[in-house]
Design a binder for this molecule. Structure first.
Ligand SMILES: C[S@@+](CC[C@H](N)C(=O)[O-])C[C@H]1O[C@@H](n2cnc3c(N)ncnc32)[C@H](O)[C@@H]1O
Length: 253
């Protein structure tokens, strides 16, 4: 067989090498928290960008990409093919963790869903969570998720904030374990975030949300004064946290 010319070698090489996948800041923040060498399950993977990146970069040993819907799973398969990791990614069409065994993964990512959906997925899973790292990134109702976790045998080991397209999101690293009950401010604004540069922005967005809910209650026909007082107290507690953050970070006025 004739030897390929230099040009032919170059072409074969570029055809074989797939482009490197670049993640959005939100997904990159999650990827950076995945333990090196993890066996990961990405529940609700949609495009499959996260597991594809983790396999491509060599950060994980193997990856399961799962979704409850066929169309997103088909997208994940296309992503895996495009970025050259299809052989190493396992695809599961299933609700939550229904089609994934505990023995298959030591790290579970559930990201880009509402806090209530994340709770329902965890609640439905008959897993022994010891030794599992959970990376959770709620789009809404983070306070509900934090309260549920600490009331159901989970510990929020760390949180990190990330800004993506103008919104600040929290990424929670969670393990099995006992946990002290959260303060209302921790439930709303996260655990151990007082040194995070985005904390002020995140907390003020939560204050706004609470104040909007309080304004809605004040206009209701049957004023629920206990609920209103609770919302106002939570908003006041968060404002105190913002002051604490400003003092700690030298930005107080
Ligand atoms: C907005 S996408 C998030 C994709 C990706 N995880 C991210 O963070 O960018 C949500 C995906 O979760 C899937 N999903 C929703 N509920 C689910 C469930 N109970 N179990 C598995 N997947 C679910 C949806 O089909 C959708 O593809």
């Amino acid at each position: 067989m004739p030897k390929p010319t230099n040009d032919e070698w170059g072409k074969a090489h570029t055809d074989d090498v797939c482009a490197l996948l670049r993640l959005t800041p939100r997904l990159q923040c999650i990827a950076d928290r995945v333990p090196e060498g993890a066996r990961i399950a990405d529940v609700g993977t949609d495009h499959g960008y996260l597991p594809a990146y983790l396999l491509q970069s060599g950060r994980v040993a193997c990856a399961i990409a799962s979704d409850i819907n066929a169309a997103p799973l088909a997208r994940a398969k296309r992503t895996a093919a495009k970025y050259g990791v299809a052989e190493r990614m396992d695809f599961r069409l299933c609700a939550g963790l229904d089609g994934i065994l505990r023995a298959e993964a030591d790290t579970v990512v559930i990201a880009g869903m509402g806090g209530e959906t994340i709770v329902s997925i965890l609640d439905a899973a008959a897993w022994d969570w010891r030794g599992v790292t959970l990376l959770l990134q709620p789009m809404t109702k983070a306070e509900l998720l934090r309260r549920w976790l600490t009331g159901h045998g989970f510990r929020i080991a760390a949180e990190r904030l990330v800004r993506d397209r103008g919104t600040v999101y929290a990424v929670l690293t969670v393990t099995a374990g006992a946990s002290a009950p959260l303060t209302n401010a921790e439930a709303w604004c996260g655990v151990g975030l007082l040194h995070d540069p985005l904390y002020r922005e995140y907390a003020l967005a939560r204050v706004k949300k609470l104040e909007r809910a309080a304004a809605g209650l004040r206009q209701a026909k049957d004023l629920d004064s206990a609920q209103l007082a609770a919302l106002e107290a939570d908003a006041a507690a968060l404002k105190e946290c913002v002051k604490e953050w400003e003092d700690a970070n030298g930005t107080g006025h």
